[in-house]
Design a protein around this ligand. Structure first.
Ligand SMILES: Nc1ncnc2c1ncn2[C@@H]1O[C@H](COP(=O)(O)OP(=O)(O)OP(=O)(O)O)[C@@H](O)[C@H]1O
Ligand SMILES: [Mg+2]
Length: 312
């Protein structure tokens, strides 16, 4: 058994968590990806980055992909002599688009694939099952919603049980056409989390559970229910003051009948438009262009596959 000389390549999707009332539970994988090519090297860790984050200086062992790879190798029985990675990043970091989840899941899948090649395993899941990848990813990330959607693709519901973390994967409407609106400046997830109260009124909790249930129906079979289904009572209003431009765009889009939500902890906005139904992606772009601050508008698709090994 020797470490492979060939690299492995993983692509991982951006993810939007919460989707309004699905706080800390729902996630949607999007057609915007980071790519990691990883190989076993002679010693230490070497990191090269192009695209998003290329200008940042990292101590290689602190880099999130390397940290995830280290955790992955640990779980399968040991570290290689060294690791070298090349990251080609498209997912904005710190904008509520799950860049940290993509980095973590990529690192774990890359480590698993290299370990599988070393052992001659036909299927990388034979050396580390998908459920263990998810558990490790969740430990590093600190919450399950983005990593679940990043790993499984499509629409996911992550939930805790006494037996551990569960994930239900659903297939969203084939016509779902997510449109991302990304502002110029990021907001730290920590800042957004600190804005949340410890307790919420029971009436809000009850209203939120109705909307979360409605949202699943809307996203899978009833696009006409997307506007009421995306109304949240638990987090967006509390975070509005820390991201006023996000709150303004959200209110403008929703007033125009567009089912828009804060993506993850913000500050990006996700509009869940549906092909063939008005208002569509063009209406989102028009309203975003009229805002007082600039927004980058990205019409995307749902990534149905989730993070995966590719051949180059
Ligand atoms: N591709 C990457 N390579 C290395 N580090 C990354 C990468 N992507 C994200 N990170 C790390 O994660 C941080 C961003 O994580 P954070 O959870 O705050 O935002 P996010 O994941 O982009 O959005 P959200 O979690 O709200 O959906 C970056 O500042 C960086 O430290
Ligand atoms: Mg994150």
């Amino acid at each position: 058994m020797s470490w492979p000389g060939q690299p492995v390549t993983v692509v991982a999707p951006a993810t939007s968590a919460n989707l309004g009332p699905g706080f800390d539970s729902l996630g949607l994988a999007l057609s915007l990806h980071d790519t990691v090519q990883a190989r076993v090297a002679g010693s230490g860790a070497d990191v090269r980055v192009t695209g998003v984050g290329a200008g940042q200086r990292w101590r290689p062992e602190r880099h999130l992909v390397i940290r995830a790879m280290r955790a992955g190798f640990e779980a399968v029985g040991g570290q290689p002599p060294g690791i070298a990675i090349e990251c080609r990043n498209h997912i904005p970091q710190g904008f509520g688009l799950g860049s940290s989840a993509a980095a973590i899941v990529s690192g774990l899948l890359a480590a698993r694939a290299l370990a599988a090649a070393r052992e001659g395993a036909a299927d990388p899941a034979d050396v580390l099952p998908d459920a263990d990848v998810l558990r490790l990813a969740c430990e590093i990330e600190g919450h399950p919603d983005n990593v679940a959607a990043c790993q499984a693709g499509g629409l996911t519901i992550a939930f805790d049980t006494a037996a551990g973390l569960g994930v239900a994967r659903l297939t969203p409407l084939a016509t779902l056409a997510p449109v991302l609106c990304v502002p110029a400046a990021p907001v730290a997830t920590k800042t957004a989390r600190e804005a949340l109260p410890d307790q919420v009124p029971h009436a809000d909790a009850a209203a939120n559970s109705a909307r979360a249930a409605l949202l699943i129906t809307a996203l899978t079979t009833r696009p006409d229910l997307l506007l009421p289904g995306t109304e949240d009572f638990l987090h967006q209003r509390y975070r509005a003051a820390s991201m006023p431009r996000t709150a303004t765009l959200l209110a403008t889009l929703r007033a125009a009948g567009i089912p828009a939500v804060v993506s993850g902890a913000g500050p990006s906005v996700l509009a869940l438009t549906v092909g063939g139904l008005a208002p569509g992606a063009a209406a989102v772009a028009l309203l975003a262009a009229r805002a007082s601050s600039p927004w980058r508008v990205l019409p995307l698709r749902v990534d149905a596959d989730g993070a995966r090994l590719v051949s180059a």
